[in-house]
Ligand binder design. Structure first.
Ligand code: TPP
Length: 562
């Protein structure tokens, strides 16, 4: 490609075009105005104006999670940037690839407390995979190329490009690099073959082996290879919240979700296994419970693209650094034969556990149970929806009761647990997956955190279906207060509420209040037919708990079951 003379803003547009970006989310302001002027002139990609910078980042994040591509957001300096931080941290914790272009004050004003100046690079250091402050026009093409490369390679994550206003107007030579070579950053993708052979040997010898599947399985596209491994070996598998759908919910080897609100069978399996094969999971405290009691009898295999995550929390006997998909394929190749009968007793024991305490709830005819609502939605939509959640009890009930059957079908803030994620993320999802229904299951607390994005949905005609499981409480916090603070409900009562139906109507969408089972089906079908952004305000049992529950810091087998 011949070198072109472009200014910084034109370079940004050209880079986005070269990267094949189809949609970006953003919010303008003075420091980023030059870039916005170029956005106005181009027709390569769509720009969606959110109503808050946090919304822009979550939307780009939802887009990335649903599509597997890099999400892009453009924001301005100062408060624009600080508003974005929660979104950036959310993506960082769940290893989501984003490129965020933020306007910055002109170079000469940096460090002078100029209007809307903030140290974006300093603030974002702990919550980005990498960040750049562009100091000259010459380095901008390289930085843009590297930003995309770093965001999506290895363990993905958000990358910030902080672009001072003067540089966005300065002309320079634009020669967009076709490749990236970074001396200090070279992710290992191929797993060590000797180590893989050892794992295969251990797998054949184990009497109680167990697959522990994490979000890395989704990110690396390893689902098919993992399914093949499970189908070949019949080794029981458990999943984290972030791995929902990697193994379809009805697969006979799947024990369900592990951890604080995991199934009895999954948690007991974790405690009793003799070989734990961790496939792209992080040993998060919500999964391990008390670390010293965790998988005490097991030899541990940990496969992860990020070497720094191996051995961080749990001692590992067989570390393998590499891309999970490629390592799983190597294991499959190396495995050749596997004697399924050698683990029959183990499978029988776990089947007994699953039978003893299946996931369940007491249904009622007087009051709507949230679990019933989610099961019903699952029956109606099944594979037709990509399900987004906010954070709280509704998130856990969704994980427990929705029949997930493909990877990227559940989009949720797992690591950071960010209330307010749902609605904007669902907007991103709908843009990535037009053929799917974008369903946001949310709480009465969470929805109010980014409710302004309803306006974006109306303007951009994004028909997100929001289901509020309304318990008039910050339910998950109230649950902790019930169990661990003798029901002193300090500031978790949300009885005072807006009229959600009128609220969404004011924005220009459709709203329905639901109090009965019949009413739910009727309203839900109307919402599906409406083709516009909707909100169902579903009044549920106010005091329902998410069970089972492992109290924070307890061992996984110390579950509260009822
Ligand atoms: C931004 C943010 N603030 C606070 C919390 C702590 N928190 C976790 S769950 C929860 C309650 C959520 O309430 P709601 O959205 O109504 O959902 P429910 O638990 O009732 O289903 C809170 C406050 C959080 N996760 N995120």
């Amino acid at each position: 490609m011949p070198t072109k003379r472009l200014n910084g803003s034109e370079m940004v547009i050209e880079a986005l075009r070269s990267e094949g970006v189809k949609v970006i989310f953003g919010y303008p302001g003075g420091a980023v105005l030059n870039v916005y002027d170029e956005i106005y002139k181009q027709n390569y990609f769509k720009h969606i104006l959110t109503r808050h910078e946090q919304g822009a980042i979550h939307a780009a994040d939802g887009y990335a999670r649903a599509s597997g591509e890099v999400g892009v957001a453009v924001i301005t300096s100062g408060p624009g940037f600080t508003n974005a931080v929660t979104g950036i941290a959310t993506a960082y914790t769940d290893s989501i690839p984003l490129v965020i272009i933020s306007g910055q004050v002109p170079i000469v004003q940096i460090g002078t407390d100029a209007f809307q100046e903030i140290d974006a690079v300093g603030i974002s250091r702990p919550c980005t995979k990498h960040n750049f402050l562009v100091k000259s026009i010459e380095e901008l093409p390289r930085i843009l190329k590297e930003a995309f490369y770093i965001a999506k390679s290895g363990r993905p994550g958000p990358v910030l490009v902080d672009l001072p206003k003067d540089i966005s107007a300065t002309y320079g030579d634009f020669d967009y690099p076709s490749e990236v070579s970074l001396r200090t950053y070279k992710p290992t993708t191929k797993g060590n073959s000797r180590q893989i052979k050892k794992v295969v040997q251990a797998l054949k010898e184990a009497k109680k082996p167990l697959f522990y599947i994490g979000g890395g399985a989704v990110i690396s596209g390893a689902s098919e290879a993992i399914r093949k491994l499970v189908d070949k070996t019949h080794i029981p598998a458990l999943e984290t919240l972030m791995a929902k759908g990697v193994i379809p919910h009805k697969h006979p080897c799947l024990l369900g979700m592990v951890g604080m609100h995991g199934t009895y069978a999954a948690n007991m399996a974790m405690q009793e296994c003799d070989l734990l094969i961790c496939l792209g999971a992080r040993f998060d405290d919500r999964v391990t419970g008390k670390v010293s009691e965790f998988a005490k009898f097991a030899k541990i295999v940990h496969i992860d693209i990020d070497p720094s995550s191996i051995g961080k929390i749990i001692d590992v006997h067989f570390p393998i650094v590499g891309d999970l998909k490629s390592v799983c394929e190597d294991i499959l190749e190396c495995l050749e034969e596997y004697d399924i009968s050698s683990i029959e007793q183990w499978r029988e024991l776990l089947a007994k556990y699953a039978h003893m305490h299946p996931l369940g709830y007491k249904d009622s005819d007087e009051v709507l149970k949230p679990q019933w609502v989610i099961q019903k939605i699952g029956e109606i939509l099944g594979e037709k929806a990509v399900v987004v959640t906010d954070v709280g009890q509704h998130q856990m009930w969704t994980a427990q009761f929705y029949p997930f059957s493909f990877p990227r079908q559940l989009i949720t803030s797992g690591g950071l647990g960010t209330m307010g994620f749902g609605l904007p993320a669902a907007m991103g999802v709908k843009n990535a997956k037009e053929d799917k229904i974008a369903l946001n299951i949310t709480g009465d607390g969470s929805i109010l955190m980014n409710i302004q994005e309803l306006m974006t949905c109306v303007e951009e005609k994004i028909p997100v279906i929001n289901v509020i499981l309304n318990n008039n409480y910050l339910g998950m916090v109230r649950q902790w207060q019930s169990f661990f603070y003798e029901s002193r409900f300090s500031h978790t009562d949300l009885s005072l509420q807006p009229d959600f139906v009128k609220l969404i109507e004011a924005f220009g969408g459709k709203g329905y209040r639901v109090e009965t089972k019949e009413g739910f089906e009727e309203a839900f079908n109307k919402a599906l037919e409406s083709g516009v952004v909707c909100m169902l305000d579903v009044l549920i049992d106010r005091m329902e708990h998410v069970l089972p529950m492992v109290p924070g810091g307890a061992a996984l087998n110390k579950m509260i079951l009822e």
